[in-house]
Write a protein that binds this ligand. Structure first.
Ligand SMILES: *Cc1c(COP(=O)(O)O)cnc(C)c1O
Length: 364
């Protein structure tokens, strides 16, 4: 008879590689174990011999990769006796913090930039019952305030400067190597605060050290490619930016918190940073939906926009295996999605068989 093990989240799954003990109470919503989907239509469309895989992080419990880090960070906060967590957020961190705080039975305070967070993220954070503090300012200002206020209130910070966030998020790299049997040649992802690119590199590096010389791995670590939105691109500018602007609100960040760590990833992996216009980012988002049936939020599509650009220029050569992380679910930002589809807006017809038949036959 076939046996199966119930999947109960990434901490249980990678317990021996994470900072937990037998007595740790694990705060989980079943995060991780997300699909690695090979693109079939886009490589044909661009006429290149490349294998592109999507790591679909939008299928985590609150719809973004932030759940990986939050499971670990809230687990450790609770273990340390904390009664409340706090974060600054462009939306997804606040949704994850709020959900895991509820699960743990502690409180969550979240600072968000007023009017600049996507509707889905706001809806989630409201429903989970977090204490939402909207600030008349951007993410970077919120982050600065959170770092100051932790000296004045008994709250644990759960932004990605919390090292346990990085520990949880590194498991995405483990999953990819476990599934492919090796690391990809290139790993592409959107960069905001650069916690995630740091976490993936940590995960790949830890696995590579163990398998080096033992398992038959042809390639132990990937080249890491970090992509930003042109209006919020401190890494390509080589300096912090004061008024970041992009439709990809999840990466509307001018003062990345993991600045030095990300430059280190770039050096160690032989990778690079680049940036793309909002138009290119939205085109990649639309392409994923229209050609592959994969819906992600705008920021996430930056990884594919970058990969396609670097494949076209040959910087990523033919024959490569590429993984693009799609950081968040498309349902997070319905407004931007609907605005993009005005040319193909739904047809309206009378509620009659003739009208419906005509609408179909005219479009065959
Ligand atoms: C948080 C986030 C990012 C950026 O990740 P960093 O670790 O800050 O670089 C990208 N996309 C989405 C959807 C996010 O929520």
């Amino acid at each position: 008879m076939a046996t199966h093990t119930r999947y109960t989240g990434l901490i249980e799954h990678y317990r021996d590689r994470l900072p937990v003990s037998d007595s740790t109470r694990i705060i989980s919503l079943g995060e991780g174990n997300t699909p690695l989907i090979e693109l079939h239509n886009i490589p044909k469309l661009i006429g290149k011999n490349v294998k592109i895989y999507i790591k679909y992080e939008g299928l985590n419990p609150t719809g973004s990769f932030k759940d990986r880090g939050m499971s670990m960070a809230v687990t450790k906060a609770v273990e340390d006796g904390s009664q409340a967590i706090i974060c600054a957020s462009t939306g997804n961190t606040s949704a994850a913090a709020a959900a895991y705080a509820v699960r743990a039975g502690i409180r969550a305070f979240v600072l968000i930039p007023e009017g600049k967070i996507a509707q889905g993220k706001l809806a989630q954070t409201l429903m989970y019952g977090a204490e939402i503090i909207q600030i008349r300012g951007n993410f970077d200002e919120g982050m600065s305030l959170v770092k100051q206020v932790i000296d004045h209130a008994p709250v644990t910070i759960v932004n990605s400067i919390n090292p346990f966030r990085i520990e949880g998020q590194k498991t995405a790299a483990f999953e990819i190597v476990d599934e492919l049997g090796r690391a990809p040649d290139f790993h592409c992802l959107p960069v905001g605060n650069a916690g995630n690119i740091t976490a993936y590199w940590k995960g790949y590096s830890e696995y590579a050290k163990e398998t080096n010389g033992i398992a038959a791995v042809s390639s132990n670590t990937p080249v890491m490619c970090g992509y930003q939105a042109a209006g919020a691109a401190p890494f390509t500018a080589g300096k912090m930016i004061d008024n970041p602007e992009t439709i990809a609100t999840a990466i509307r960040i001018g003062h990345p918190q993991s600045w030095d760590l990300a430059w280190n990833v770039q050096k160690e992996s032989g990778g690079w940073f680049d940036s793309f216009s909002d138009e290119k980012i939205l085109a990649a988002q639309k392409m994923l939906s229209a050609y592959e049936g994969i819906f992600c939020e705008p920021a996430s599509a930056t990884s594919l926009a970058g990969a396609l650009n670097d494949i076209a220029t040959g910087k990523i050569p033919e024959g490569s295996t590429i993984v693009c992380t799609l950081t968040g679910n498309g349902l997070k930002d319905p407004d931007t999605a609907i605005q993009q589809c005005t040319e193909t807006h739904p047809v309206s017809v009378d509620a009659s068989l003739d009208a419906v038949k005509k609408a179909i036959l005219d479009n065959m």
